[in-house]
Design a protein around this ligand. Structure first.
Ligand SMILES: [Zn+2]
Length: 65
């Protein structure tokens, strides 16, 4: 099983809008910032993967928390 990018519907923690984000699991557990497609504010993506490299969870946080 190898990791491939996945499209996930996410909800922006700032404006509350839903849009589709592309997630790349190849780097393992990671935290990165990506601007919201709608309001352009920086969302912190906390990506969690299990031992097989499968998505185990995604947490979205505001940069100003
Ligand atoms: Zn937004």
């Amino acid at each position: 099983m190898h990791a491939e990018t996945q499209e996930r519907s996410i909800q922006c923690p700032y404006c509350g809008k839903h849009y589709t984000a592309v997630l790349d699991p190849s780097g393992g557990d990671q935290v990165y910032i990506e601007d919201c497609e709608i309001c352009c504010r920086p969302i912190e993506f906390h990506l969690h993967l299990d031992d097989d490299g499968e998505f185990a969870g995604l947490e979205l946080r505001r940069d100003d928390d």
